[in-house]
Design a protein around this ligand. Structure first.
Ligand SMILES: [Zn+2]
Ligand SMILES: [Zn+2]
Length: 195
């Protein structure tokens, strides 16, 4: 079987992979079927495109992504915000494109959001609008409800949704990211803001 081919990109023999071949994952060092790797396309210098498995197996990739997202969640959000401010239209366009490209992922995100909010929605929830929230921020003098710092504010459920809190005006304050994140799923009497 002739698996060796000259890569148009790097100009030296490389393995031309097929799904049923085996390859070692560079992260977990296990030898796995190529079908257990995500595949990627690379451009050759002559304009041809060739497909090959990535250097990590799917399992390791997922784990790396999860670790990465958890660790860098706040950073990623910051980067997204900067990108958004640079060119809001382009950013929106890209988001829409992504949503069109991965409808099943989008459906899952919506389902998770819905499941999370389901028990929290009441008749009064429709009164929680952007305009109302902007008013709330003004009434708090643009300061975090908990720590009183002048930081970008987001809506925070005083009684977390997962603890039975409702998505209504009475249960929402404007808080900074740090307070919101550290309060998490705690009730007020279980949590102290670090000032
Ligand atoms: Zn692996
Ligand atoms: Zn705060």
């Amino acid at each position: 079987m002739d698996n060796e081919n000259t890569s148009p990109r790097i100009g030296r023999p490389v393995t031309v992979y097929t799904m049923d071949m085996r390859k070692a994952c560079r992260s977990c060092k296990e030898t796995k079927l190529c079908s257990e790797f995500y595949w990627q396309k690379s451009n050759g210098v002559d304009g041809t495109i060739f497909r090959h498995p990535m250097f990590m197996c799917k399992e390791c990739t997922k784990k790396a992504r999860k670790d990465d997202i958890l660790k860098r969640g706040a950073e990623i959000n910051k980067i997204r915000k900067v990108r958004y401010r640079k060119d809001p239209n382009k950013f929106r366009q890209r988001t829409l494109e992504w949503q069109r490209q991965f409808p099943e992922k989008m459906a899952l995100i919506k389902l998770v959001r819905y499941e999370r909010m389901k028990g929290a929605i009441t008749a009064e929830s429709s009164l929680v609008t952007r305009d109302w929230f902007n008013q709330l921020i003004k009434s708090q003098n643009k300061l975090c409800f908990y720590c009183g710092k002048n930081l970008p504010l987001e809506s925070e459920h005083i009684i977390p949704i997962c603890r039975g809190g409702k998505h209504v005006r009475e249960n929402i304050v404007a808080s900074c990211r740090a307070c919101n994140a550290s309060k998490g799923t705690l009730l007020l009497n279980e949590w102290k803001p670090h000032l």
